[in-house]
Design a protein around this ligand. Structure first.
Ligand code: HEM
Ligand code: NAG
Ligand code: NAG
Ligand code: NAG
Ligand code: NAG
Length: 385
Protein backbone atom coordinates (compact mmCIF):
# COMPACT_ATOMS: atom_id res chain seq x y z
CA UNK A 1 0.00 0.00 0.00
CA UNK A 2 1.07 3.57 0.36
CA UNK A 3 2.43 3.46 -3.14
CA UNK A 4 3.65 6.93 -2.39
CA UNK A 5 6.99 5.44 -1.54
CA UNK A 6 7.01 2.66 -4.09
CA UNK A 7 9.17 -0.08 -2.63
CA UNK A 8 7.95 -2.09 0.29
CA UNK A 9 10.01 -4.20 2.60
CA UNK A 10 10.83 -2.89 5.95
CA UNK A 11 12.56 -0.07 7.88
CA UNK A 12 11.81 2.03 11.19
CA UNK A 13 10.93 4.95 14.34
CA UNK A 14 8.31 6.81 15.79
CA UNK A 15 5.97 9.30 16.55
CA UNK A 16 5.61 7.34 19.70
CA UNK A 17 7.06 10.07 21.77
CA UNK A 18 4.13 12.22 20.83
CA UNK A 19 4.45 15.62 22.29
CA UNK A 20 1.24 16.73 23.78
CA UNK A 21 -0.10 20.19 23.19
CA UNK A 22 -0.39 21.92 26.51
CA UNK A 23 -3.92 22.72 27.51
CA UNK A 24 -4.52 26.41 27.20
CA UNK A 25 -6.81 28.77 28.96
CA UNK A 26 -7.74 30.49 25.70
CA UNK A 27 -6.75 28.21 22.84
CA UNK A 28 -6.87 29.46 19.30
CA UNK A 29 -9.44 28.10 16.86
CA UNK A 30 -6.62 26.23 15.10
CA UNK A 31 -5.04 24.64 18.17
CA UNK A 32 -4.63 20.91 17.93
CA UNK A 33 -7.00 18.95 20.13
CA UNK A 34 -4.74 15.89 20.17
CA UNK A 35 -3.69 14.70 23.58
CA UNK A 36 -6.33 16.60 25.51
CA UNK A 37 -8.18 14.80 28.29
CA UNK A 38 -11.89 14.06 28.09
CA UNK A 39 -12.47 16.80 30.64
CA UNK A 40 -10.48 19.36 28.64
CA UNK A 41 -12.32 18.40 25.48
CA UNK A 42 -15.67 18.74 27.17
CA UNK A 43 -14.79 22.27 28.29
CA UNK A 44 -13.37 23.30 24.94
CA UNK A 45 -15.81 21.88 22.43
CA UNK A 46 -18.69 24.28 23.11
CA UNK A 47 -16.32 27.19 22.39
CA UNK A 48 -15.41 25.94 18.91
CA UNK A 49 -17.48 26.46 15.79
CA UNK A 50 -17.89 23.04 14.17
CA UNK A 51 -17.37 22.66 10.45
CA UNK A 52 -18.07 19.64 8.26
CA UNK A 53 -14.75 18.96 6.46
CA UNK A 54 -15.35 19.10 2.70
CA UNK A 55 -13.97 16.46 0.34
CA UNK A 56 -10.46 17.34 -0.85
CA UNK A 57 -9.90 19.27 -4.09
CA UNK A 58 -8.95 17.32 -7.20
CA UNK A 59 -6.00 17.91 -9.55
CA UNK A 60 -5.46 21.19 -11.39
CA UNK A 61 -7.10 21.62 -14.78
CA UNK A 62 -3.91 23.11 -16.23
CA UNK A 63 -0.75 21.43 -14.95
CA UNK A 64 1.97 23.14 -16.95
CA UNK A 65 4.58 25.68 -15.95
CA UNK A 66 3.38 29.21 -15.31
CA UNK A 67 4.39 32.41 -13.65
CA UNK A 68 3.45 32.13 -9.98
CA UNK A 69 5.32 35.18 -8.67
CA UNK A 70 2.57 37.21 -10.29
CA UNK A 71 0.76 40.51 -9.65
CA UNK A 72 -2.05 38.84 -7.77
CA UNK A 73 0.39 37.23 -5.34
CA UNK A 74 2.87 39.86 -4.20
CA UNK A 75 5.34 38.92 -1.49
CA UNK A 76 4.73 40.61 1.82
CA UNK A 77 6.85 40.58 4.92
CA UNK A 78 5.50 38.40 7.72
CA UNK A 79 3.23 40.49 9.93
CA UNK A 80 3.51 40.61 13.68
CA UNK A 81 0.78 38.03 14.22
CA UNK A 82 1.45 35.91 11.14
CA UNK A 83 2.58 32.35 11.70
CA UNK A 84 5.42 30.71 9.79
CA UNK A 85 7.00 27.34 10.48
CA UNK A 86 9.39 24.62 9.42
CA UNK A 87 8.19 24.17 5.85
CA UNK A 88 9.79 26.52 3.32
CA UNK A 89 7.12 25.59 0.76
CA UNK A 90 4.15 26.54 2.94
CA UNK A 91 5.97 29.60 4.32
CA UNK A 92 6.48 30.88 0.77
CA UNK A 93 2.86 30.24 -0.18
CA UNK A 94 1.66 32.20 2.86
CA UNK A 95 4.02 35.11 2.19
CA UNK A 96 2.64 35.38 -1.36
CA UNK A 97 -1.00 35.00 -0.39
CA UNK A 98 -1.59 31.60 -1.97
CA UNK A 99 -2.38 30.65 1.61
CA UNK A 100 -3.94 33.04 4.10
CA UNK A 101 -1.10 35.34 5.08
CA UNK A 102 -1.65 34.73 8.76
CA UNK A 103 -0.54 31.11 8.29
CA UNK A 104 -3.80 29.48 9.36
CA UNK A 105 -5.59 27.45 6.69
CA UNK A 106 -8.02 24.64 5.97
CA UNK A 107 -6.77 21.41 4.38
CA UNK A 108 -8.67 22.41 1.26
CA UNK A 109 -6.77 25.72 1.05
CA UNK A 110 -3.43 23.98 1.59
CA UNK A 111 -4.04 21.37 -1.12
CA UNK A 112 -5.13 24.05 -3.60
CA UNK A 113 -2.16 26.26 -2.76
CA UNK A 114 0.56 23.61 -3.08
CA UNK A 115 -0.89 22.55 -6.43
CA UNK A 116 -1.33 26.07 -7.78
CA UNK A 117 1.88 27.56 -6.41
CA UNK A 118 4.27 24.59 -6.77
CA UNK A 119 2.51 22.04 -8.98
CA UNK A 120 2.55 19.42 -6.25
CA UNK A 121 0.86 16.27 -7.53
CA UNK A 122 -2.67 15.84 -6.15
CA UNK A 123 -2.24 12.61 -4.22
CA UNK A 124 0.94 13.71 -2.48
CA UNK A 125 -0.71 17.02 -1.65
CA UNK A 126 -3.65 15.22 -0.03
CA UNK A 127 -1.47 12.67 1.77
CA UNK A 128 0.85 15.28 3.30
CA UNK A 129 -1.94 17.65 4.21
CA UNK A 130 -4.20 15.11 5.92
CA UNK A 131 -1.27 13.58 7.78
CA UNK A 132 -0.41 17.04 9.11
CA UNK A 133 -4.02 17.92 9.84
CA UNK A 134 -4.68 14.71 11.77
CA UNK A 135 -1.53 15.22 13.83
CA UNK A 136 -1.47 18.95 14.37
CA UNK A 137 -4.74 20.50 13.21
CA UNK A 138 -8.09 21.19 14.81
CA UNK A 139 -10.61 18.62 13.55
CA UNK A 140 -13.62 20.60 14.80
CA UNK A 141 -12.89 23.94 13.12
CA UNK A 142 -11.04 22.28 10.21
CA UNK A 143 -8.08 24.66 10.67
CA UNK A 144 -4.35 24.00 10.75
CA UNK A 145 -1.51 26.43 11.32
CA UNK A 146 1.67 26.19 9.24
CA UNK A 147 3.83 26.77 12.28
CA UNK A 148 3.77 27.23 15.92
CA UNK A 149 2.74 30.34 17.63
CA UNK A 150 4.12 31.41 20.91
CA UNK A 151 1.37 33.30 22.55
CA UNK A 152 1.17 34.74 26.00
CA UNK A 153 -1.92 33.62 27.79
CA UNK A 154 -2.00 36.83 29.78
CA UNK A 155 0.09 38.32 32.53
CA UNK A 156 -0.70 35.40 34.75
CA UNK A 157 0.71 32.83 34.13
CA UNK A 158 3.58 34.64 32.42
CA UNK A 159 5.03 31.67 30.55
CA UNK A 160 4.35 31.48 26.83
CA UNK A 161 2.28 28.58 25.59
CA UNK A 162 2.74 26.84 22.30
CA UNK A 163 -0.38 26.74 20.19
CA UNK A 164 -0.52 23.68 17.95
CA UNK A 165 0.54 23.73 14.34
CA UNK A 166 2.85 21.73 12.12
CA UNK A 167 6.01 22.76 13.99
CA UNK A 168 4.98 20.64 16.97
CA UNK A 169 7.99 18.43 17.49
CA UNK A 170 7.42 14.69 17.30
CA UNK A 171 4.22 14.97 15.31
CA UNK A 172 4.91 15.97 11.72
CA UNK A 173 7.97 18.08 12.49
CA UNK A 174 10.95 15.86 13.17
CA UNK A 175 14.72 15.55 13.57
CA UNK A 176 17.55 15.82 11.04
CA UNK A 177 15.97 18.58 8.97
CA UNK A 178 18.29 20.15 6.43
CA UNK A 179 17.96 23.77 7.54
CA UNK A 180 16.40 23.45 10.99
CA UNK A 181 17.89 22.15 14.21
CA UNK A 182 16.58 19.22 16.22
CA UNK A 183 14.15 19.98 19.02
CA UNK A 184 16.74 18.64 21.46
CA UNK A 185 19.04 21.52 20.53
CA UNK A 186 16.37 24.01 21.51
CA UNK A 187 14.99 25.50 18.33
CA UNK A 188 13.27 23.08 16.04
CA UNK A 189 11.66 25.39 13.55
CA UNK A 190 13.61 28.55 12.73
CA UNK A 191 15.89 28.87 9.73
CA UNK A 192 19.44 28.07 10.88
CA UNK A 193 22.25 29.81 8.98
CA UNK A 194 24.91 27.29 10.04
CA UNK A 195 22.85 24.46 8.64
CA UNK A 196 22.11 26.40 5.46
CA UNK A 197 25.86 26.96 5.03
CA UNK A 198 26.26 23.19 5.16
CA UNK A 199 23.49 22.90 2.52
CA UNK A 200 25.54 25.24 0.29
CA UNK A 201 28.79 23.44 1.05
CA UNK A 202 27.26 20.10 0.04
CA UNK A 203 25.86 21.69 -3.10
CA UNK A 204 29.40 22.84 -3.95
CA UNK A 205 30.97 19.49 -3.23
CA UNK A 206 28.40 17.18 -4.84
CA UNK A 207 26.43 19.37 -7.24
CA UNK A 208 28.94 21.80 -8.74
CA UNK A 209 27.31 24.67 -6.83
CA UNK A 210 23.74 23.45 -7.35
CA UNK A 211 21.45 21.37 -5.14
CA UNK A 212 20.43 18.29 -7.11
CA UNK A 213 19.42 14.74 -6.20
CA UNK A 214 23.02 13.67 -5.70
CA UNK A 215 23.39 16.43 -3.12
CA UNK A 216 20.04 15.47 -1.60
CA UNK A 217 21.20 11.90 -1.00
CA UNK A 218 24.48 13.04 0.61
CA UNK A 219 22.99 15.80 2.74
CA UNK A 220 20.12 13.62 3.94
CA UNK A 221 22.67 11.03 5.09
CA UNK A 222 24.92 13.66 6.66
CA UNK A 223 22.10 15.19 8.71
CA UNK A 224 21.09 11.76 10.00
CA UNK A 225 24.68 10.99 11.00
CA UNK A 226 24.98 14.36 12.73
CA UNK A 227 21.83 13.78 14.74
CA UNK A 228 22.84 10.25 15.71
CA UNK A 229 26.13 11.66 17.03
CA UNK A 230 24.79 14.71 18.85
CA UNK A 231 21.14 14.20 19.79
CA UNK A 232 20.51 11.59 22.51
CA UNK A 233 16.79 11.81 21.72
CA UNK A 234 17.18 11.42 17.98
CA UNK A 235 14.38 9.55 16.27
CA UNK A 236 13.66 8.74 12.65
CA UNK A 237 10.87 6.24 12.31
CA UNK A 238 7.29 5.93 11.12
CA UNK A 239 6.17 9.10 9.34
CA UNK A 240 9.49 10.89 9.88
CA UNK A 241 11.30 8.15 8.00
CA UNK A 242 9.10 8.94 5.00
CA UNK A 243 9.18 12.70 5.28
CA UNK A 244 12.92 13.04 5.92
CA UNK A 245 13.73 11.41 2.59
CA UNK A 246 10.86 12.99 0.68
CA UNK A 247 11.63 16.53 1.83
CA UNK A 248 15.27 16.21 0.82
CA UNK A 249 14.15 15.80 -2.80
CA UNK A 250 11.79 18.79 -2.72
CA UNK A 251 14.32 21.61 -3.24
CA UNK A 252 15.58 19.88 -6.41
CA UNK A 253 12.08 19.26 -7.71
CA UNK A 254 9.84 22.13 -6.53
CA UNK A 255 12.24 25.06 -6.17
CA UNK A 256 13.72 24.92 -9.68
CA UNK A 257 12.09 27.28 -12.18
CA UNK A 258 9.74 25.40 -14.52
CA UNK A 259 11.44 26.87 -17.58
CA UNK A 260 14.73 25.22 -16.66
CA UNK A 261 14.10 21.91 -18.38
CA UNK A 262 17.30 21.46 -20.38
CA UNK A 263 19.64 18.63 -19.31
CA UNK A 264 21.97 19.95 -16.63
CA UNK A 265 19.43 22.62 -15.67
CA UNK A 266 16.42 20.51 -14.70
CA UNK A 267 16.58 19.42 -11.06
CA UNK A 268 19.50 21.79 -10.34
CA UNK A 269 18.71 24.49 -7.79
CA UNK A 270 20.99 27.54 -7.64
CA UNK A 271 21.92 28.89 -4.22
CA UNK A 272 20.37 32.34 -4.66
CA UNK A 273 17.00 30.74 -5.30
CA UNK A 274 17.51 28.28 -2.45
CA UNK A 275 18.15 31.13 -0.05
CA UNK A 276 15.11 32.96 -1.32
CA UNK A 277 12.84 30.03 -0.41
CA UNK A 278 14.47 28.77 2.76
CA UNK A 279 15.40 32.09 4.33
CA UNK A 280 13.29 34.72 2.61
CA UNK A 281 10.11 32.60 2.32
CA UNK A 282 9.86 34.15 -1.12
CA UNK A 283 9.76 33.12 -4.79
CA UNK A 284 12.78 34.23 -6.79
CA UNK A 285 11.70 37.15 -8.97
CA UNK A 286 9.48 36.02 -11.85
CA UNK A 287 9.47 32.37 -10.72
CA UNK A 288 7.62 29.75 -12.81
CA UNK A 289 6.30 26.65 -11.04
CA UNK A 290 7.47 23.20 -12.30
CA UNK A 291 6.37 22.17 -15.78
CA UNK A 292 4.55 19.02 -14.64
CA UNK A 293 3.00 17.79 -11.37
CA UNK A 294 5.68 16.62 -8.93
CA UNK A 295 5.27 13.74 -6.51
CA UNK A 296 7.71 11.44 -4.75
CA UNK A 297 9.12 9.74 -7.82
CA UNK A 298 12.68 10.71 -6.88
CA UNK A 299 12.57 9.50 -3.31
CA UNK A 300 13.61 5.88 -3.92
CA UNK A 301 16.80 7.04 -5.65
CA UNK A 302 18.06 9.13 -2.76
CA UNK A 303 17.03 6.51 -0.22
CA UNK A 304 18.84 3.77 -2.09
CA UNK A 305 22.03 5.82 -2.20
CA UNK A 306 22.30 5.68 1.63
CA UNK A 307 19.54 3.52 3.07
CA UNK A 308 19.20 4.17 6.79
CA UNK A 309 16.78 1.89 8.57
CA UNK A 310 14.07 3.49 10.70
CA UNK A 311 15.14 3.81 14.31
CA UNK A 312 16.20 5.98 17.20
CA UNK A 313 18.90 6.59 19.76
CA UNK A 314 17.87 4.51 22.74
CA UNK A 315 20.59 5.22 25.32
CA UNK A 316 22.32 8.49 24.54
CA UNK A 317 24.17 9.57 21.42
CA UNK A 318 25.44 6.94 19.01
CA UNK A 319 22.97 4.29 20.15
CA UNK A 320 20.83 4.25 17.01
CA UNK A 321 18.66 1.14 17.07
CA UNK A 322 16.31 -0.08 14.40
CA UNK A 323 12.63 0.33 15.21
CA UNK A 324 10.19 -0.93 12.64
CA UNK A 325 7.14 -0.70 14.86
CA UNK A 326 5.55 2.23 13.04
CA UNK A 327 6.55 1.25 9.51
CA UNK A 328 8.72 3.30 7.18
CA UNK A 329 9.38 4.13 3.56
CA UNK A 330 9.93 0.42 3.01
CA UNK A 331 6.78 -0.73 4.69
CA UNK A 332 3.96 1.57 3.73
CA UNK A 333 1.14 -0.63 4.98
CA UNK A 334 2.58 -0.89 8.48
CA UNK A 335 3.14 2.85 8.36
CA UNK A 336 -0.49 3.53 7.42
CA UNK A 337 -1.97 1.05 9.87
CA UNK A 338 0.13 2.18 12.83
CA UNK A 339 -0.26 5.86 12.01
CA UNK A 340 -4.01 5.48 12.31
CA UNK A 341 -4.33 2.78 14.93
CA UNK A 342 -1.48 3.85 17.24
CA UNK A 343 -0.49 7.45 16.60
CA UNK A 344 -3.83 9.07 15.87
CA UNK A 345 -5.69 6.87 18.33
CA UNK A 346 -3.07 7.83 20.92
CA UNK A 347 -3.86 11.50 20.34
CA UNK A 348 -7.63 10.92 20.30
CA UNK A 349 -8.44 7.82 22.37
CA UNK A 350 -12.20 8.32 22.82
CA UNK A 351 -13.65 10.89 20.43
CA UNK A 352 -17.39 11.40 20.49
CA UNK A 353 -19.96 13.49 18.62
CA UNK A 354 -18.67 16.00 16.08
CA UNK A 355 -15.07 15.22 16.97
CA UNK A 356 -15.55 11.56 16.09
CA UNK A 357 -17.46 12.38 12.90
CA UNK A 358 -14.79 14.79 11.70
CA UNK A 359 -11.89 12.50 12.62
CA UNK A 360 -13.57 9.72 10.66
CA UNK A 361 -13.95 11.98 7.63
CA UNK A 362 -10.31 13.07 7.78
CA UNK A 363 -9.19 9.45 8.25
CA UNK A 364 -11.16 8.51 5.14
CA UNK A 365 -9.53 11.31 3.11
CA UNK A 366 -6.14 10.20 4.44
CA UNK A 367 -6.71 6.55 3.52
CA UNK A 368 -7.86 7.53 0.02
CA UNK A 369 -4.70 9.60 -0.43
CA UNK A 370 -2.42 6.74 0.60
CA UNK A 371 -2.76 4.75 -2.58
CA UNK A 372 -3.53 1.63 -0.56
CA UNK A 373 -5.25 -1.22 -2.28
CA UNK A 374 -6.98 -4.36 -1.05
CA UNK A 375 -3.73 -5.64 0.43
CA UNK A 376 -3.83 -2.85 2.98
CA UNK A 377 -7.40 -2.33 4.15
CA UNK A 378 -8.67 0.81 5.82
CA UNK A 379 -8.49 0.84 9.61
CA UNK A 380 -11.46 2.13 11.60
CA UNK A 381 -10.27 2.98 15.10
CA UNK A 382 -13.58 4.70 15.92
CA UNK A 383 -15.93 2.31 14.17
CA UNK A 384 -17.61 2.71 10.81
CA UNK A 385 -20.33 5.26 10.40
C1 HEM B 1 1.20 19.60 1.26
C2 HEM B 1 1.33 20.24 2.39
C3 HEM B 1 2.65 20.34 3.13
C4 HEM B 1 2.79 20.14 4.46
C5 HEM B 1 1.68 19.84 5.46
C6 HEM B 1 4.20 20.31 4.76
C7 HEM B 1 4.74 20.21 6.02
C8 HEM B 1 6.10 20.22 6.32
C9 HEM B 1 6.66 20.04 7.62
C10 HEM B 1 5.88 19.82 8.92
C11 HEM B 1 7.99 20.08 7.49
C12 HEM B 1 9.03 19.95 8.60
C13 HEM B 1 9.52 18.57 8.74
C14 HEM B 1 10.87 18.63 9.39
O1 HEM B 1 11.86 18.86 8.67
O2 HEM B 1 10.94 18.50 10.60
C15 HEM B 1 8.28 20.30 6.10
C16 HEM B 1 9.55 20.37 5.57
C17 HEM B 1 9.83 20.68 4.26
N1 HEM B 1 8.91 20.97 3.29
FE1 HEM B 1 6.89 20.92 3.48
N2 HEM B 1 4.88 20.59 3.62
C18 HEM B 1 3.97 20.62 2.59
C19 HEM B 1 4.24 20.92 1.26
C20 HEM B 1 5.49 21.29 0.79
C21 HEM B 1 5.75 21.79 -0.55
C22 HEM B 1 4.71 22.01 -1.64
C23 HEM B 1 7.10 21.99 -0.61
C24 HEM B 1 7.93 22.52 -1.74
C25 HEM B 1 7.46 23.38 -2.57
C26 HEM B 1 7.68 21.63 0.66
C27 HEM B 1 9.02 21.69 0.96
C28 HEM B 1 9.58 21.29 2.16
C29 HEM B 1 11.01 21.17 2.39
C30 HEM B 1 12.12 21.42 1.39
C31 HEM B 1 11.17 20.77 3.71
C32 HEM B 1 12.47 20.46 4.43
C33 HEM B 1 13.00 21.60 5.23
C34 HEM B 1 14.31 21.24 5.89
O3 HEM B 1 14.64 20.06 6.00
O4 HEM B 1 15.02 22.15 6.32
N3 HEM B 1 6.67 21.23 1.49
N4 HEM B 1 7.11 20.40 5.40
C1 NAG C 1 10.50 23.85 19.53
O1 NAG C 1 11.10 25.14 19.48
C2 NAG C 1 10.38 26.11 20.20
C3 NAG C 1 11.00 27.47 19.93
O2 NAG C 1 12.36 27.46 20.03
C4 NAG C 1 10.43 25.76 21.68
O3 NAG C 1 9.75 26.72 22.43
C5 NAG C 1 9.74 24.42 21.84
O4 NAG C 1 9.81 24.02 23.20
C6 NAG C 1 10.38 23.37 20.97
N1 NAG C 1 9.61 22.17 21.07
C7 NAG C 1 10.11 21.07 21.56
C8 NAG C 1 9.16 19.94 21.73
O5 NAG C 1 11.27 20.98 21.87
C1 NAG D 1 22.25 26.13 14.24
O1 NAG D 1 22.71 24.79 14.10
C2 NAG D 1 24.01 24.58 14.59
C3 NAG D 1 24.45 23.19 14.16
O2 NAG D 1 23.51 22.24 14.60
C4 NAG D 1 24.02 24.81 16.08
O3 NAG D 1 25.32 24.59 16.62
C5 NAG D 1 23.56 26.23 16.37
O4 NAG D 1 23.45 26.42 17.75
C6 NAG D 1 22.25 26.53 15.69
N1 NAG D 1 22.00 27.96 15.79
C7 NAG D 1 20.89 28.45 16.32
C8 NAG D 1 20.78 29.93 16.33
O5 NAG D 1 19.99 27.74 16.77
C1 NAG E 1 24.51 16.71 -9.63
O1 NAG E 1 25.54 17.54 -10.06
C2 NAG E 1 26.81 16.90 -10.12
C3 NAG E 1 27.84 17.97 -10.50
O2 NAG E 1 27.50 18.54 -11.71
C4 NAG E 1 26.77 15.76 -11.12
O3 NAG E 1 27.99 15.08 -11.12
C5 NAG E 1 25.66 14.81 -10.73
O4 NAG E 1 25.53 13.79 -11.70
C6 NAG E 1 24.36 15.56 -10.61
N1 NAG E 1 23.33 14.66 -10.15
C7 NAG E 1 22.19 14.51 -10.79
C8 NAG E 1 21.19 13.54 -10.18
O5 NAG E 1 21.88 15.13 -11.78
C1 NAG F 1 -5.86 -1.65 16.34
O1 NAG F 1 -5.63 -1.65 17.73
C2 NAG F 1 -6.56 -2.45 18.47
C3 NAG F 1 -6.31 -2.21 19.93
O2 NAG F 1 -4.96 -2.34 20.24
C4 NAG F 1 -6.38 -3.89 18.05
O3 NAG F 1 -7.31 -4.68 18.75
C5 NAG F 1 -6.63 -4.01 16.56
O4 NAG F 1 -6.36 -5.33 16.15
C6 NAG F 1 -5.72 -3.05 15.80
N1 NAG F 1 -6.07 -3.08 14.40
C7 NAG F 1 -5.17 -3.25 13.47
C8 NAG F 1 -5.66 -3.27 12.07
O5 NAG F 1 -3.96 -3.37 13.71
Amino acid sequence: MVQIFSSKKTLACAIVALSVTPALAFPASYSSLGGLSDLELRELMPKLKPVIPPAPPGPLAFTGAKLVDDKKHPWQRQGKDDIRGTCPGLNTLASHGYLPRDGVATPEQIIKAVQEGFNMENRLARFTTYAAHLLDGNPITDLLSIGQKTRRTGPDPPSPAIVGGISNHGTFEGDASMTRGDAFDGDNHSFNQTLFDQFKDFSDRFGGGFYNLTVAAELRFQRIQQSIATNPEFSLFGLRHLTAYAEATFPATFFVDGRRTAPGEAGHLDMTSAESFFKGMRYPKGFFRPAAPVGTENVPAIFTAHPVQPGKNVGGVNTFTVDESLGSILDGCTFYTQFVNTTIRGLYPNPTGVLRRNLNLNLKFFYESSGAGEECPQVFPYGRD
